[in-house]
Design a protein. Sequence first.
Length: 317
Amino acid sequence: MVLDNGKRLRIFAGNANHALAEEIAAYLGLAVGEAFVGRFNNGETQVMIEESVRGTHVFIVQPTCEPVNDTIMELLIMADAVKRASAENITAVIPYYGYARQDRKTRGREPISAKLVANLLTTAGVTRVVTMDLHAGQIQGFFDIPVDHLLGVPILADYLVAKKLEDLVVVSPDLGGVTRARQLADRLHAPIAIIEKRRPMPGVAEVMNLIGSVEGKTAVIVDDIVDTAGSLTEGARAVARYGAKEVYACCTHAVLSPPAIDRIETSNIKELIVTNTIPVPAEKRTPKIKVLSTASLFGEAIIRIFGDLSVSKLFDD
């Protein structure tokens, strides 16, 4: 692709979600760049960029999902490789930002790993980051380079609108998710409710109260991440106890660590709607799970970044 300013665009991908990179490239009318990303015999990451990137704007598509440390190293080494090959700009397209839940110190002698990852990306030569639904918005401030923070809510909302569900109420699984719930509720023209819970220990959540009414309504629980699905399924049971007639759930990032699939399959959640920021393998694609593509949204963002246009206008109502 060549624009009037003479710059050229290249899409490369690590091993984390090559299928999404190919979708994005196809949306742009391009092919994923030729690169080898593998391992040496001793386990070290090996990267070879097999085409010229001199003077180009390189976009590296790599969610830092499981295995998190390997995918981060792949991204860092790919960025270093194209920097040393004289790429003019390097944008890391990170649909899912690993370590995002380690964004602050909650007790003494604890790291802020999300900030460390930001520092590593910048040191490796990344000049811009594109990501989606960060667990904590303030992570954008951990970078000294531009960050474009895309929203998954429009993709989820479009799917829910197409289902023509009636008597909707959007439920935030905790007080921290109210902004996301409000964004989805505004698009669905629905009220919101909030689950008040406490965490007596890491990974354990107890529902204490429900703010708002779900009685006789179709509840849609919205969150950014579904990991082990403990909080999500407990929240679904809670809104059912408060009178919801049906429960749907939607989350941008489908981490789905064990025993998530078992919990979802035995829960009262009618459908879990997720996106492909993280690849969902065939063994996890149960009838209850619907996977939506984010390729067109990332493709549009890349077009706007490359063309020096506004990315935020993608989310104007």
